[in-house]
Design a protein around this ligand. Structure first.
Ligand SMILES: Nc1ncnc2c1ncn2[C@@H]1O[C@H](COP(=O)(O)OP(=O)(O)OP(=O)(O)O)[C@@H](O)[C@H]1O
Ligand SMILES: Nc1nc2c(c(=O)[nH]1)N=C(CO)CN2
Length: 276
């Protein structure tokens, strides 16, 4: 994960007595855990203005993690780290990323050892989605999907384009489309995001029958940070976006300078090329 935010607030060896572990004596008796956390957050403005409201109160984060670890019981330190990192990111909106280490020096291993730990890095990712509909209550489907995303804690919708009318592209679809795009931040991985978008499509009554055919709701991932990936389920950046004015026009309205990490061009440059 690229770390655009070099400023870091560090919490070192926060001691928490809690009850996580695979063995019954661990969950019954408890033991000390030690937490290291690096919080990635832009501290410049807070530093310039000497204003805590523009940063995150590390004391609050310490208490939050202490309470979280005491009020939950997990078998694995992986689960402690995974769930606590997510809750910190959801509860302190200015934190863009967290590096979190959960250390357990008294784990009952039965051999002399210094410590065992797990260290993870989690954060908000910037995504751009294309929205489309050519059947039924087109506007309602698109607005409904945006409303659902606004309700989903793991998605923070930032900017939404105008919804435009477009002619069907690709030869199979016959009806006029409504299209738009949005920018958001998410805690979902690309695969989790795709699964989530599919549930929204299904809620809109989408049936996957004809490739490129008419549809109640189509939600495509165009960009996910500057990730370049392709599996049998998902390709990012979207492989045909550069040929689709109904994707590029709304994206360029949101921000003409969005960068295509493979084509090394902005979306507005891609749009100009397409319109030549
Ligand atoms: N970036 C992506 N965003 C959304 N779906 C993707 C992406 N990359 C690959 N896919 C895969 O494409 C499959 C087919 O998607 P869909 O049914 O929306 O196709 P389509 O809309 O007819 O064509 P297109 O994907 O070219 O718009 C999805 O099930 C998904 O697994
Ligand atoms: N105008 C327009 N045409 C399309 C669209 C779309 O969203 N808008 N989506 C397609 C397959 O995803 C096929 N053709």
């Amino acid at each position: 994960m690229e770390n655009k935010y070099s400023d870091e607030i560090k919490i070192e060896n926060l001691e928490v007595f809690a009850h996580h572990g695979v063995y019954p004596e661990e969950t019954q008796n408890g033991q000390n855990f030690y937490i290291n956390a690096a919080l990635y957050i832009e501290t410049r403005k807070a530093g310039q203005k000497d204003d805590l409201l523009l940063s995150v109160n590390y004391g609050e984060v310490c208490h939050f993690m202490n309470d979280y670890m005491k009020s939950h019981t997990y078998k694995l330190i992986e689960s402690v780290a995974e769930n606590m990192a997510q809750e910190v990111l959801l509860s302190f909106p200015l934190i863009r990323e967290i590096k979190l280490e959960v250390r357990k020096p008294y784990a009952p291993v039965g051999l002399p050892f210094e410590s065992v730990s797990v260290k993870i890095r989690r954060g908000w990712h910037t995504i751009y989605l294309a929205l489309g509909s050519s059947m039924g209550k087109r506007e309602e489907y698109i607005e409904g999907a945006i409303a659902s995303m606004r309700e989903e804690p793991k998605i923070r919708v930032k900017r939404v384009s105008d919804i435009i009318r477009t002619a069907p592209y690709g030869g199979t679809a016959k009806e006029e489309f409504l299209n738009g795009a949005l920018e958001a931040e998410t805690l979902f991985t690309p695969e989790e995001l795709l699964d989530y978008l599919h549930t929204l499509e299904e809620n809109a009554g989408r049936e996957r029958t004809v490739h490129w055919g008419d549809r109640t709701l189509d939600l495509d991932i165009i960009f996910y940070d500057d990730i370049v990936m392709s599996t049998d389920k998902i390709t990012i950046p979207h492989k045909d976006m550069q040929n689709r004015d109904f994707v590029l026009v709304p994206l360029a309205q949101i921000d003409p300078y969005i960068w295509h990490p493979l084509r090394h061009k902005t979306v507005s440059a891609l749009l100009k090329e397409l319109q030549k």
